[in-house]
Design a protein around this ligand. Sequence first.
Ligand SMILES: Nc1ncnc2c1ncn2[C@@H]1O[C@H](COP(=O)(O)OP(=O)(O)O)[C@@H](O)[C@H]1O
Ligand SMILES: [Mg+2]
Length: 148
Amino acid sequence: MQNSYSVKNLQDLENFAEELLKWLQDNSINCVLLYGELGVGKTALVQKVAKLFGIKQKITSPTFVIMKDYPLQNSSVFSEFIHIDAYRLKNKDDIKAFDIDNLVKDNKKLIFIEWPEKIFDVAPSECLSIRFTVDHKTAVRELALSLP
Ligand SMILES: Nc1ncnc2c1ncn2[C@@H]1O[C@H](COP(=O)(O)OP(=O)(O)O)[C@@H](O)[C@H]1O
Ligand SMILES: [Mg+2]
């Protein structure tokens, strides 16, 4: 796993998702924080990971639902895939009911969080952070990783 990746298109993103998932499983990391502006490709990465798990449902950034979970039948490491998109979260207190800190401690659950800065004052130390930026001229995405 490198510290940064240059992603030129959705095929590159799929390749990255594959390497990422393998690394998460090998290193027993079950939580990924996705930082970056709207449209930079955070949901697209979640969709690629879901595809690797064979999840058939369409992964969207839900308007009213902040968290969606998908049971995993064909993973020996994780039993549940959880996608959280906190973009519309107005108040950190509004998400307390989900008890995300506890979810993160359950290593059978694989959790991807968009807009983690809207949830955590201090990000959980056991999570991998990925910071996305995009060059608007070339549409190339840079993914910078901070390993836990
Ligand atoms: N690496 C990429 N290469 C080309 N298009 C991409 C890439 N990543 C995302 N996109 C496209 O950009 C648009 C916005 O991506 P999305 O994942 O919804 O952004 P975000 O969740 O960060 O707001 C989508 O149409 C998506 O297909
Ligand atoms: Mg999104």
